[in-house]
Design a protein around this ligand. Structure first.
Ligand code: AMP
Length: 215
């Protein structure tokens, strides 16, 4: 399945779990802007130092910085093999810039999946979330536990919890998401590319709905 898609949804909406399965079952490259930025923070690169505080506080990195950063990824991205973008674009201006980049390479976004989720469910999900710091795979102690407790199945690396997955920061991230989600969803709806999936569905149902929409 060589599709170019965007996964949208608040933190904890389960888009990361869907992304992992799309990568495993269809070989679709998973590009998470949050994961890429966290890696820069960890290695202490110049960009990492610039964005560290935004990530820690759950605030959006300014568009100009994110566009430069993701523009670098775009230069070498194998666009014809397909990809799933997770966490980018987050604002309308990011979406417009992405469309311009892709139009130049004749490789437009084909579908946008929006995992709709309320704050109560988000908070419930986030507290059980563990991530692989190396590959970015997301686990959940109840709904998607690793085969060996505490270890990534793909790497294997010890799983960690994100410092921005605390209740206070998640509430803030959810509020910011809400502010930007509507204009972004309207933008893709107008392009006829948007499918909304109820994030309260089970991981299997969410995945099945996504695959059905992509087919
Ligand atoms: P995520 O892993 O998608 O929840 O992203 C973690 C953090 O990275 C966010 O809270 C932002 O600080 C930053 N971030 C990731 N993607 C973007 C983006 N497209 N625009 C602005 N900030 C972003």
């Amino acid at each position: 399945m060589k599709r170019r898609i965007i996964l949208m949804g608040p933190p904890g909406s389960g888009k990361g779990t869907v992304a992992t399965r799309l990568r495993q079952e269809f070989g679709l490259d998973h590009i998470s802007s949050g994961h890429l930025l966290r890696r820069e923070v960890e290695i202490g690169s110049a960009i990492g130092q610039r964005v560290g505080l935004f990530l820690e506080n759950g605030e959006l990195v300014p568009d100009r910085t994110v566009l430069w950063f993701m523009g670098e990824w775009m230069k070498s991205a194998p666009l014809n093999d397909g990809f799933q973008l997770d966490g980018f674009p987050r604002t309308l201006s990011q979406a417009k810039a992405l469309d311009e980049w892709l139009a130049k390479r004749n490789a437009p976004i084909e579908a946008v999946m929006l995992f709709a989720c309320n704050l109560t469910l988000v908070l419930e999900r986030i507290t059980g979330r563990w991530n692989c710091p190396k590959c970015g795979r997301v686990y959940h102690i109840y709904s998607a536990p690793p085969k060996v407790a505490g270890l990534c199945e793909d790497c294997p690396t010890s799983l960690t919890q994100r410092t921005d997955d605390t209740e206070a920061v998640v509430r803030k991230r959810f509020g910011i998401y809400k502010r930007h989600a509507k204009p972004l969803a309207d933008y893709y709806e107008q392009q006829g590319k948007l499918t909304v999936v109820d994030a309260a569905l089970s991981p299997d149902e969410r995945f099945a709905k996504t695959v059905a929409a992509l087919n």
